[in-house]
Write a new protein. Sequence first.
Lengths: 546, 269
Amino acid sequence: MLTRLKGGHVVDPANGRDAAGDVFVEDGVVVEAPQAGREADETIDCTGLIVMAGAIDIHSHIAGGHVNTARLLLPEWHRAFSSRPGETALSRVGWTTEETGLRYAEMGFTTVVEPAMAPSSALHAHLELADTPIIDKATLVVLGNDDLLMSMIREGESAGAIADYVAWTVSASRALGVKCINAGGSAAFKENVRQFGFDDVVPDYGVSSRQIVKSLQTAVRDLGIPHPLHVHCNNLGVPGASSDSIAATIKAAEGDPLHLAHIQFYGYGTEGKRRFSSRGRELAELVNATSEITVDIGQVMFGQTVTISSDELRQFAGSKQASPKKSIIFDHEANGGGVVPMDYKRKSFYNALQWAIGLELFLLIEDPSRVFFTTDHPNGAPFTTYPDIFALLMDRGVRAKWLDALPKSVVKMTSLPEIEREYTLAEIATMTRAAPAKLLGTPDRGHLGAGAVADVAIYRPGEDKAAMFGKAAYVLKDGDLVVRDGTVVKHRYGRALTLRPEADKAMKTRLDRYFDDRYGLSSRWFEVPDGALGREDPFKVVPCRA
Amino acid sequence: MTGLTFRKRGEPEERLDLSPLVPARLAGLSEREVAALPVGTSRMGLTVGDVFEVVGGDPSSICFAGGSTRFDRIGEAMQAGGIIVEGDAGARLGRAMAGGRISVEGSVQGHAGSGMSGGVIRIGGDAGERLGGPLAGEMSGMKGGTIVVSGSAGPRAGDRMRRGVISISGNAGADVGSRMIAGTIVVAGTAAGTPGRLMKRGTLFLCTGAETLAPTFLDNGPADLLILTVMARDFAAGEVGPVAFEGMAMRRLGGDTAVLGLGEIFLPC
C-alpha cells in the first residue's frame, strides 16, 4: 500500500531537505515518488505541518534491573499516578513498559536506547523491552568493572583476546554497543575507595581507569561496533573533580571516537562562596575543539525524580541527599549500582545551576551532530519533560522567563542569559534524528530518504514549541499510523536493534570455564535467546563495520 | 444549627470513596451539588445522591446516619470540623487528617488515621490493621493527634509512628508499634506478636503484658518513674481518658537494639 504524506514542510537534514514537499511510504519503508500515473492508496494531508523522521533517544533508562528496583523502592508513586494524574513529574511517565512506549510515541520518538544493561540482567532488560509497545529499542551492555576484563588487562592479554571477550558479551546480551560506567570505580568501591579519578588504580587489579577505557575503546573500534564506546566518566557530580575527570577522558580519546554521557553532571567547578560553579563554557569549548568526541547532555529539569545508576560509588555518596530519604545500593558483581530518589528544586542554588549548566552546554556546543538530546531519563528528569526542553532550546523568550524564576544568585553564576542562540528546526532534526542514527550505526533510520524505515513524526507548528513537540499530529512506525493528535491509535510492537559480532571459539570455551568456576553457572545463562521473549521476531540485527 | 446528615439508603454494591465529604470541600455547596458529587469506585459512576439521602445543615459538622464497611476514606485530609459515623466505616478513615474530630460508633478497617498529623479519632468498636500506619512506600505513619480505640486493634498498630498518641482499650494485634520513630501507644489488653519490633524511639505501655518480646529488647528493671504518674494524670484529663497503667507498678525494657534502641516498653511488674 502506497501512502502519501502530502504537502508538509519536510525537515530532513540527512538528505538536505528543508522545504515543502511529499514523502511516500510503502510496505513500511520510505520510497521515491512514484512514476506519474500511479495514485497513492492513502493520503495524509500534512499541509502546514512539519514532517520529520521519528526521533531517537540514545540514552534513557527504560528497562533492566535497576529500573525495576526503582519501581520497588517507590511504590507511593504508582499510587500517585492512579489517583492524582499529573501531580508529580514521574507520575506522568508512569512506571510500566506500556506507558513508556506510549508516551515516547506520542512525542514522535520511535527508537530508544537503554544505555546501562548489566550482562547479568540482559534477559530481564530484553523481556521488559519486548513488552514496551510501539518504539524500537536497543541496549548498551556495561563492561569495565568486571573481574574478567580487569584480570585480562592486568595479565597483559592481547587486544585481540579482550576484543573477543567484548564480542561475546555484546553478542550474548544482544546489545547495540558497549558502555563503561565509572571504569574501575565500582570495583575500587568494594575496597573502600570513595574517590576515584581517571588515573587512579583499582586495588588488587592494579589497573587504572584510563587503561580500562582505552582497552574497551580499542576493542570496540577493532570489532567494528558502529557506536563508539559510551563512557560515563569518573567523579560524576563532584565539583572540580568532575570537570577534571571529563577533561582527562576527552584528551584520552586520542583521535578515536568516544561518546561521553550526560556531561551536564561534569560541568561543575568550585568557584563562588558555595564552592559550586558552572564550567559549562570551558567544557563546551573542549568538546568543540575535539572532533572525535560526541556527547549527550543529561539535562536537569525541576521536580521529583529518581536517579538510577550503575555508578555504585557515586550513588553511595548521593544516597545522603535522597529525597524522600530512602535509597538502595547494590554492592554486587561488576558495577553494582544504586537507586536514589531526588527532588530537583527550582529554588535550590545547586539544582538551578545544574539546570543552567545543561542549557549552556546544549547552546555552546556548536555542532548539533555531536551533542545529543537527553535528560539521562530519569536521572536529570523524566523523559516527559522533553517538550519543555525543546521550547527552552528553540526560544530565547522561554529561557528568559525560566531564568526570571530562578534565585538571583544563580543567574550571576551562569552565562546563560547572554547566550542568544536558538535552535532551528533543522538543528533539532539533526540532534534528535540524523546524528543519533549515524552515531548508533543504523542508517535505516533518522532520515526520510528512500529505503529508510518509515518512522515518521509529523508536528503541528506553533508559537508554543512545548505543545508542538509534546503531542505529535501524526506518527508512523514502520509505515503504520500509530499516533494521531498526540494519542496512540494503534498498538503494535517494535523490535530491539542488536549486533552479532563473532567471538573466537576459544573464547567461548574459556568463558564456559570462567562462568562455571566463578558463578557455578553455564555461560549459556547469560545469553538472551530469541525464543525467550515471546515475540515472533524480537530482534533486528545491525551489521558491524567491515 | 444541626449538622449535614448523610442517611444511608441501603448497602452500596461497591466500595465508596467518601474523601470528598469533608467540611472544607462541602462548605458553600447546595444540597443538590452535594448530591451530585461522585463517590463510586467502579464504572457505575455512583454519586452521593445514589447512596445517601442528604439532609441539609451546617457542613462543619457531618453525620453519616448508618455506616458500612464499604465506606472508605471518610474524613481524608480533613482540616477542621467534625464527622460522626453511626455504624461501621471502611478503610483509611481519617487518613492524613490535620485537625477536627472523627467519631465512629462501630468498627473500622485498615489504615485508620494513616499519616494523620492532628485532630482526634475515636473508634467505638475495633480497628483494622496498621492503625495510624503509612501506606506502602511512605516514610512515616501517624505524625500527630490522638486515636482512641474502645475495642481491639489489628496487626501493626502505630507502624512507623512519629508523634501523637494511640490508646487501645482492648488487645493489640501482632507487632504493635513496629518501626516506631517516636510517639506513645497505650494498650490496655495484651499485645500479640513481638511488640515494638524495630522501634527507634517512642513509648509503648502494654498494661496486660506481651505475648513475646524480641530478644533485642533489654530489661531495665522496675521503673517507678514520676513521669508515668504525670502522663496518666494528663491523659485522664485530656482526649485519651483514664489509662490502665495509672497507679500500676511497671517494668521498663529498652529497645529495639536491632536499630537505634532508644525506644521503651513498659510492662506490669
